[in-house]
Design a protein around this ligand. Structure first.
Ligand code: AMP
Length: 218
């Protein structure tokens, strides 16, 4: 049965790293709204410049904008076999929007739909955010403290110069946590009440979390 998997958890809880691995594992597209929005900004489009104003403040981009992007992406051919959604939905309104989109793309087909919550204390996450670097070419994620690249500043996978996201600074990080608790955390109860939620302990090494994740999604 095809899977449609979504993920909840605070900023820098490790979702990006794990969902990238998962997409590779299942051969599904990895759809990450943060990256799609950053690509929109890089393209110089009007929607990109609107999105930038919200991202720079650590707030959610308006639902009409992110909804348009996600609707287009989920309607593409490669999503018919299943998908991994990282960073969407992030509010109750977006969760309802996702249900509508899924009704449209799945029809009567039986689907294994599941939300996985990355359960982690937030104490160390701001430090994770400010030490995070990523490869603009292949998307590989590093941390200067816990997963530094072998050659300073260069991606281990493709050798590209690593970059730091503009919103990965301390001030915006705090705003992103506020947004998370206000808008996104209520989704944990929402999916629990629909019997669609699994939780994993997201503390530990990448390998440890990966083993726990596989147990709940396979
Ligand atoms: P992320 O890469 O997931 O940390 O997202 C970076 C930023 O993009 C967030 O702080 C939001 O401003 C914006 N963003 C990403 N996903 C969404 C979404 N589903 N709804 C609204 N804004 C989003």
């Amino acid at each position: 049965m095809k899977k449609e998997l979504i993920f909840l958890g605070p900023p820098a809880c490790g979702k990006g790293t794990q969902t990238n691995l998962l997409a590779e594992h299942f051969g599904y597209p990895h759809i990450d709204t943060g990256s799609l929005l950053r690509a929109e900004i890089a393209s110089g489009s009007e929607n990109g410049s609107i999105a930038k104003q919200f991202i720079d403040k650590g707030q959610l981009v308006p639902v009409w904008l992110v909804g348009e992007i996600i609707k287009n992406r989920l309607s593409q051919e490669d999503c018919k076999k299943g998908f991994i959604l990282d960073g969407f939905p992030r509010s109750l309104e977006q969760a309802e929007m996702l249900e509508e989109i899924r009704e449209h793309i799945d029809g009567d087909e039986e689907v294994d739909f599941r939300a996985t919550y990355f359960d982690i204390e937030i104490d160390e996450l701001v430090s994770r955010i400010v030490n995070r670097r990523s490869c603009p070419k292949c998307g590989e994620i590093y941390n200067l403290k816990s997963k530094s690249p072998k050659n300073e500043g260069k991606c281990d996978v493709c050798g590209t110069e690593l970059t730091q996201r503009k919103d990965d600074n301390e001030e915006t990080a705090h705003a992103r946590f506020d947004t998370y608790f206000r808008e996104t955390a209520p989704l944990i109860e929402y999916y629990k009440s629909k019997n669609e939620l699994s939780s994993i302990d997201a503390k530990g090494t990448i390998d440890e979390v990966w083993e726990r994740l596989l147990k709940v999604v396979e």
